[in-house]
Design a protein around this ligand. Sequence first.
Ligand SMILES: C[S@@+](CC[C@H](N)C(=O)[O-])C[C@H]1O[C@@H](n2cnc3c(N)ncnc32)[C@H](O)[C@@H]1O
Length: 334
Amino acid sequence: MANNDETVIPLSSSDYYYDSYAHPSIHYEMLLDAPRTKTYRSYILSNPEIFKDATVLDVGSGTCILSMFCVMAGAKKVIAVDNSRICDLARNLVKDNGMSDKIEICQCKVEDLKLEENSVDIIISEWMGYFLLYENMLKSVIYARDRFLKQGGYVFPNRCVLYAFGFESEGRDRECGMWDDFEGLNFKRLGKMYSEEPEIDFVEVEKICTSCETIKRFDLMTLKMDQVSSFTARMKLSFSRASVLKAIGTYFEVGFTIGPKPIGFSTAPFVAQTHWKQTNFYLQKEGGIEGVKDDEVEVCWDVGVCEGNERDFEVNIECRWKESGAYSYKYVIN
Ligand SMILES: C[S@@+](CC[C@H](N)C(=O)[O-])C[C@H]1O[C@@H](n2cnc3c(N)ncnc32)[C@H](O)[C@@H]1O
C-alpha cells in the first residue's frame, strides 16, 4: 500500500496471518473437519446447563459457528471477536440464522477488545494449530481468560495433551540430501531449510515402532501466560518391536471435561483423520536409530516461539539411546 509521499508500507506477518483467515476456503476446511466441528457442537448442545443464559466470549470466531452453537444451547449473549475480514461473512451468516440480536461481532484483536473486565461466564475458542501450538493463538485465549472471565467461569476446551511417537519411514532423508547437487548446482541452503521443517502429513499406523508418550499437558483453566509460549519436556520412547526409527511424530488430544457430558477428539494417526494431520520431525541422522523391542530412546524437547515472528515455533529435539547414541536438531514450524 502506498501513502501520499509514495513510501511503501509493508504488510506485517500479522497482516498476512489475518488475511489468510479472510478466505472462505480455510473456513470450509475447518468446518468440514468432522471430529473438530462435531465435537464442539456435541459438547455445547449436550451440556445446556453450562451454556443456558451464559455470556460467552468466542475468541477467534471466524464464521461464528461456535457462537451460533452457544446460542442454540441457550446462551444469553455471545461476543464474537476476530481480527480477520471473515467477520463480514460471519455477520451475514449470523443474520441468515436469525441470531443477530444475540451475537455481537467485533472485528479486532481480542487484545484490543473493549469489554468490561471479568464480565463473561464462558470463553470458547478453536485456537489449536499444527503441533498444537503453531500460530500461538493459545496466548490470546489465556490473555482473554485473565482479563474477561468472571471468577468461577470456564474456558472451553479446558484440556489439551500433546503426544509423541517414533516411526519408520523412507524418503524424506534422501529428499533433503538431493539438494547438495541439484542439476549441477549447490542448493544446500534449500536442503537445510527443508530438513528443519517438520512435515505435516498422516503417518501410516503400521509404521509406528515405539510407544506413544505425553510431551505436555495443558490445563486451560490454570495455565499461566509464561507457560504458553515455551517449555521443555523429557520423555522416553520405548521400541514396540525391532526397527529403525527415522522420525518422531506428534499429535494432540482436546478435551471438554467439565459438566455431565464430557467429550473430546484426537488428531492421532489411529483415529479418524483431521485437518491437523500429524506434525512429524524427521531425524537428520544417517541410518536413523536402530533398536530392538523395549529399547528406550530418551527425548528432550525444547520448544519456544521464534524471534521476530511470535506465531512460529522453534523445536529442539535431543535424543539419547544406548550408552553413547546422541542426536540433537533444531526444527522450525512456520
Ligand atoms: C482456527 S480459526 C477458528 C474459527 C472458528 N472459531 C471456527 O471454529 O471455525 C481461528 C480464528 O482466530 C482468529 N484470531 C487469531 N488470533 C486472534 C486474536 N488475537 N484476536 C482475534 N482473532 C484472532 C483468526 O483470524 C481465525 O479466524
